[in-house]
Write a new protein. Structure first.
Length: 201
């Protein structure tokens, strides 16, 4: 097993916020390769998130963000299990980052299952017409439509969106990582984005 330096563990911890022992284990499992260790910790966060997904989230915060121009404002509900976690710096920072994400990327809904059916049907029709216009056979056109729908989800679904501060990770990845670090079920609830002169969403 690779010998892991304390500095490598500290660097990984600073980047991910995971515990020292988890960081050391991740580096050992991944032969000291930092990128692989980050992925390993993310996957661990995902499995922890799945285990905790059914637990009640009755505490939390309403995160908010007002853009420097004062013309865009966001409120988002981020829920957890205990008041102790809700008050933690890591949780508060996550809520603020999510509010900033909503301000910048203007998602329509939280996840793919919440995309309005009429909106999705309209997008699928557009993609299919585009593919057929490119001369693609019906079967191939359907596959192209599926691929473009996945891309569309990354634009309109908050959890699927690439994080504005690091586009290699999605908001869902950040959420899973937070669950892994805090050891509680964390959920993003309702959100609202106001832009001056636009209808409220």
């Amino acid at each position: 097993m690779a010998e892991i330096s304390a500095q490598a563990v500290k660097t990984l911890r600073d980047k991910t916020g995971a515990g020292m022992m988890d960081c050391k284990k991740a580096l050992q499992e991944c032969g000291g390769v930092e990128d692989k260790a980050i992925s390993w910790l993310r996957e661990k966060g995902l499995s922890k998130a799945q285990k905790r997904a059914g637990r009640a989230t009755t505490e939390g915060v309403v995160g908010s963000y007002i853009h420097s121009t004062g013309k865009i404002g966001v409120m988002v509900e981020v829920k957890c299990e205990t008041d102790f976690v809700a008050r933690s710096e890591r949780f508060q920072e996550f809520a603020k980052n999510v509010a900033m994400q909503i301000a910048a990327a203007n998602p329509v809904c939280l996840g793919p299952d919440e995309v309005p059916a009429d909106l999705l049907a309209k997008e699928r029709e557009i993609y299919k017409n585009q593919a057929m216009a490119e001369g693609k056979p019906e079967q191939i056109a359907e596959k192209i439509v599926d691929g473009r729908v996945k891309k569309y989800y990354k634009e309109v679904c908050l959890l699927e969106q690439p994080f504005i501060k690091d586009d290699k990770v999605s908001i869902q990845d950040l959420l899973n990582e937070l669950v892994g670090v805090l050891g509680e079920n964390v959920q993003i609830g309702r959100f609202c984005r106001f832009a001056l002169g636009e209808n409220a969403q």
